[in-house]
Design a protein around this ligand. Structure first.
Ligand code: ZN
Ligand code: ZN
Length: 155
């Protein structure tokens, strides 16, 4: 059995459907634009927060700080942005402290002191470069000292 369906399209219908098509596309484009804006606002906020702190925070800390401002923020978004900043060379990972990666927006050459008791990470400027024979020419180093910080010693 063959069913023939005849669709009669008048000029007016065609104009209407083109108009609704254009409106749909416009709505999608604006939606995507706003989504991108939301993403870039989050990205900027994550980077600025890292620039404002000297605490070498974890991804969780960043997430908890920004969640009130961005209710739709997920921990996964924070992680992926941190990874993107890292590969762009905008931030560095200082190391893993108590199983959690710690991040630093200060990419200048500096060493760190990590407290084993409170897990605080401090900047150590002017740390002497290790005077050891290297099997090549080094163009950077990542020095971390471990110990107990003054606050913990006085406690
Ligand atoms: Zn400490
Ligand atoms: Zn640092």
């Amino acid at each position: 059995m063959i069913i023939h369906v005849h669709i009669k399209t008048s000029k007016k219908d065609l104009t209407n459907s083109i108009a609704s098509y254009i409106i749909t596309i416009t709505v999608i484009v604006i939606g995507e634009y706003m989504e991108q804006q939301r993403h870039s606002k989050k990205r900027t906020a994550i980077y600025e927060l890292l620039c404002q702190t000297k605490s070498h925070p974890t991804a969780e800390w960043v997430y908890l700080q920004l969640k009130p401002q961005f209710p739709s923020l997920s921990l996964g978004t924070v992680y992926s942005n941190l990874a993107a900043f890292q590969s762009a060379g905008k931030i560095i990972c200082v190391g893993t402290v108590a199983g959690k990666e710690r991040f630093d927006a200060d990419t200048s050459d500096h060493a760190h002191f990590i407290c084993r008791r409170c897990n605080a990470v401090f900047d150590v400027c002017d740390a002497p470069a290790p005077d050891v024979p290297l099997p090549g020419i080094a163009d950077g180093s990542k020095v971390s000292y471990y110990g107990v910080c003054k606050d913990c010693l006085n406690r």
